[in-house]
Design a binder for this molecule. Structure first.
Ligand code: AMP
Length: 459
């Protein structure tokens, strides 16, 4: 009984599920959807990849009345990246319901355009707590008609200090609403929040069946602090280091490690919470389009990243707590692909490793690494390089125009051109590293869509 058709879903939603090709429900969906559709509160322990977004997406769309122009569902997410992902998923599920209006409202984005798009309340808002709270306070958003509130990655939201904002939001929305709480981990704080904001919730916990569990191989390596960078560089030079995520506990280490790897010939970039949104976006884009092969990040910055199946995740330091460690290693081996998670541990960090071992319930796999003296510069550059064009959708520029300019006049082959991302006022194109200069020269000399735009290399 795991077919979606066994659920009392609106035909439009059943049609979407079919279009998306979901043959049957995932375990989280099978357990959470029936109570959700009855209007019950649900607390579900669910990881990314469990199908949780479709679960609450279907739940809130079922409750939605598109003919009433009122805000009826609010989804709170810890990061903008996750909010964007969730919005996309809900839009797909809502594709067969006419006139559904969904708005994404996140911090780090200018308020003006958000206010402009709020002249009429949307049916659904997906956003980060701080910004949603601000709109409710200002009166630019009205919570009186909210039927469903979703807290996605609730553990992360608490970690990021959003508890107060969430409480304030709940105080500003309709008293009687359904609350759906999703969290990857289940610390006491989550139970407390659930007790505070939910009424008699149905508890859903699902262990991914063994065959669906992504294969993650974990290794711990003891190193002296002075050898950490050499160890890291050596591990990244291995076969799986072509696309790797490195976690550091501290922000200043993120910068230092990225710079040192860059000096040693890697295309490494730093990602941390203090960066401007535009810089963060560019770093993520370059990691996704393969013009950066090592992303060095803090835990906060890496939350909600939409990066699938990384072959290698490295902890430069042992995470301060086992939950954070679990989140780190969960970044590898996704989508059924085998992954490797390696943690560097200095002798002083042994107690933290012991803690992880205790909570994991299985002995850690320690291995030794013979650190070879660095022999000059090991060139490990990413296969692509990114060019930025100072024009975008506002200039009616489309990916096809860029592809056309490069393969036409500039004489490149389609296979040398990677991901093309077009935003409102700028566009990014990944080019095979060896041909990037040629492409740049040609684009500067020629025209795109008959016009001259400024083009420059990134990094
Ligand atoms: P999530 O856990 O929400 O991040 O979803 C992980 C992925 O699973 C997404 O790409 C969904 O499109 C996909 N998915 C969700 N539900 C199903 C389903 N019932 N069958 C197959 N794929 C699904």
């Amino acid at each position: 009984m795991t077919a979606f058709s066994t659920l009392p879903l609106k035909p439009a939603l059943l049609a979407s599920v079919q279009t998306l090709g979901y043959a049957e429900m995932t375990p989280v969906q099978a357990q959470s959807l029936p109570p959700m559709l009855q209007g019950r509160d649900v607390i579900a322990q669910a990881q990314t990849g469990s199908g949780k977004t479709a679960a609450f997406g279907l739940g809130l769309l079922q409750a939605l009345d598109a003919d009433t122009t009122r805000l009826q569902a609010l989804v709170l997410c810890p990061t903008r990246e996750l909010a964007d992902q969730v919005s996309k998923a809900i839009r797909k599920l809502a594709a067969n319901i006419p006139n559904v209006k969904l708005l994404t409202l996140c911090g780090g984005m200018p308020l003006g355009p958000q206010l402009a798009s709020l002249t009429h309340d949307p049916h659904i808002v997906v956003g980060t707590p701080g910004r949603v709270q601000e709109h409710l306070k200002r009166g630019s958003l009205h919570g009186g008609g909210i039927k469903v509130l979703v807290l996605d990655e609730a553990d992360r939201m608490l970690d990021m200090g959003f508890a107060e904002a969430i409480d304030d939001i709940i105080g500003r929305i309709a008293k009687h609403h359904q609350t759906l709480l999703f969290s990857a981990t289940y610390p006491d704080e989550i139970r407390t929040v659930s007790q505070r904001v939910q009424k008699d919730p149905v508890v859903v916990t699902v262990d991914a069946p063994a065959e669906q569990k992504p294969a993650i191989e974990q290794q711990f390596i003891e190193v002296e602090p002075a050898h950490k960078l050499d160890a890291l560089a050596q591990l990244l030079a291995g076969e799986r280091g072509q696309h790797a995520l490195v976690f550091c506990n501290m922000r200043r280490d993120v910068d230092a490690v990225a710079q040192e790897l860059d000096r040693r010939g890697y295309s490494a970039l730093a990602l941390h919470g203090d960066m401007e949104q535009r810089d963060r976006d560019e770093v993520l884009l370059r990691f996704a389009n393969k013009s950066c092969n090592v992303l060095v990040a803090t835990d906060v910055a890496a939350r909600g990243l939409d990066i699938v199946a990384l072959p290698l995740v490295l902890s430069y330091d042992v995470a301060h707590d086992p939950d954070t460690h679990t989140h780190r290693i969960g970044r590898t081996g996704r989508a059924g692909e085998a992954g490797l998670a390696i943690t560097l541990c200095t002798p002083r960090e042994r107690p933290k490793a012991a803690n992880i071992e205790e909570l994991g319930g299985a002995p850690l796999a320690w291995r030794t690494l013979k650190i070879a003296p660095a022999r000059g510069k090991t060139l490990r550059l990413a296969p692509m390089k990114t060019l930025v064009i100072d024009a975008g959708r506002q200039d009616k520029l489309r990916p096809g125009d860029i592809l056309g300019a490069l393969t036409g006049e500039a004489g490149l082959e389609a296979k040398d051109i990677g991901k093309i991302d077009v935003f409102a006022t700028r566009a990014y194109v990944a080019i095979g590293r060896a041909l990037a200069n040629k492409a740049l020269e040609r684009l500067r000399a020629g025209k795109i869509k008959g016009r001259n735009f400024r083009v420059r290399p990134l990094g």
